[in-house]
Design a protein around this ligand. Structure first.
Ligand SMILES: [Mn+2]
Length: 419
């Protein structure tokens, strides 16, 4: 992603906020795990969306005065000794190149408080009267979560009670919901790697003694491509596949069982989220095939149903109706209301920087959204769990399946797995 994209996103925030206001975003803190080890740093995605920077403890400030745009970035100064141990921190020039923020608008964090005071105590800048401060407060107060914005809000409330604090979180979500073509392209690249990794597991089906083996063949392809998981692999055989977020991935694989893989990776922080289910033996049993065909039909019909203007309620109801009919045909239930015994999640979610990308589901599907369609049936008593998940771009009058290249027809899967 180039700096132009992030610059454009900051302008979108400028358009959203009121005049005479500031908007402040923080990249997040590093957190200790144990002894001197830290958790892998994951950048706040709203901050990333505005800067492209993946470093902890960076602040971006967007300023709107008399309808004029201004911006600041605050970074840690590189420590040459620490750099020898954990790598160097971004220089002003590097931060500028990534974000598109001019070097002269980039300061070290030690200057942050003073610069903010200049805005908030406008003695010398009397033409600059701040009325509102936008912070990314989400709606949560969790330990170790988003504490910068929360702490800052508390401090401002106490020291500057006349300043109005606004939560910009929902505006950020509305912006992130609609993907630009370059964002879709990164999701597509993640899908390509995910496909290759799933195929590597399928090609090695003879070597799959345990789910660990499958996870190894999957992870090899990601690592070889320089990519990381965008969520914990769900690699579940037989009955394990009826637990939606099974992540232990360490059971022996029975030779006639289905293997469900719900997996995804990042490309420049944009995620894929794909599920495929295949018979480790190379051939579906009659019963597995019957169940699989029901789920596959719902997957395809829901993809065809999805387009701008459709509500989540409508597509969820449609999926449930089809799955309930299927379960009646399979002899699993007699009444449609009993479906929840075998299907107990919703049909999909937004996808993007986050695998469950925050979105305002009440707004329904809009052109430019990328969502998942992932019907499933989970029959614990038969040891069968099937889910088929694709990643879908919503267009004005139709949808485009970004993962249509990853095979899912019974015949295609059996041909692929044939020796
Ligand atoms: Mn999903």
């Amino acid at each position: 992603m180039n700096a132009e994209f992030f610059t454009k996103n900051r302008k979108k925030v400028f358009d959203v906020i009121a005049d005479n206001s500031l908007a402040l975003f923080h990249s997040g803190y590093e957190h200790f795990k144990t002894a001197d080890a830290v958790y892998p740093f994951v950048v706040n995605h709203n901050f990333f969306y505005l800067t492209g920077i993946r470093q902890a403890n960076v602040v971006v400030l967007i300023v709107k005065f008399n309808h004029q745009y201004d911006e600041w970035l605050f970074i840690d100064e590189n420590d040459p000794i620490l750099a020898k141990w954990v790598g160097h921190k971004l220089s002003k020039e590097e931060a500028s190149q990534i974000s598109g923020i001019p070097v002269q608008k980039i300061r070290y964090n030690v200057d942050f408080t003073n610069l903010m005071l200049n805005y908030m105590q406008p003695l010398r800048f009397s033409e600059h009267v701040i009325e509102k401060l936008y912070l990314d407060l989400e709606y949560r107060n969790l330990p170790l979560y988003n504490t910068f914005a929360l702490d800052f809000a508390k401090k401002v409330k106490e020291d500057y009670p006349a300043l109005e604090i606004k939560n910009i979180y929902l505006d950020m979500i509305k912006l992130r919901m609609i993907k630009e073509p370059e964002e879709v392209e990164l999701i597509r690249k993640s899908i390509v790697t995910t496909k290759e990794a799933i195929y590597n597991v399928m090609k090695n089906r003879h070597n799959l003694q345990t789910e660990c083996d499958a996870e190894g063949y999957f992870g090899f392809v990601l690592t070889k491509n320089g990519k990381k998981n965008s969520f914990g692999n769900i690699i579940a055989s037989g009955k394990n596949a009826t637990v939606l977020h099974y992540e232990e991935n360490n059971s022996p694989i029975e030779k006639d069982s289905l293997l469900l893989m719900d997996v995804g990776c990042y490309t420049e922080n944009y995620s894929s989220d794909i599920t495929r289910t295949f018979p480790v033996s190379g051939k579906f049993t009659k019963r597995q095939k019957e169940v699989y065909e029901v789920v596959l039909e719902v997957n395809k019909k829901c993809i065809a149903f999805a387009k701008a203007g459709v509500t989540w309620q409508e597509i969820n109801d449609y999926a449930k109706e089809l799955l309930a009919e299927g379960c009646i045909r399979l002899g699993l239930i007699k009444e449609k209301a009993e479906l929840s015994r075998y299907y107990y999640h919703s049909i999909g979610h937004s996808l993007g920087l986050d695998v469950h990308d925050p979105s305002l589901m009440s707004l329904g599907l809009k052109e430019g959204m990328v969502i998942t369609i992932e019907p499933g049936l989970y029959i614990a008593e038969e040891g069968i769990g099937v889910r088929i998940e694709d990643n879908i771009l919503i267009l004005e009058k139709e949808s485009r399946n970004l993962s249509e290249d990853i095979i899912k027809e019974v015949a295609d899967i059996e041909n692929f797995l044939a020796d």
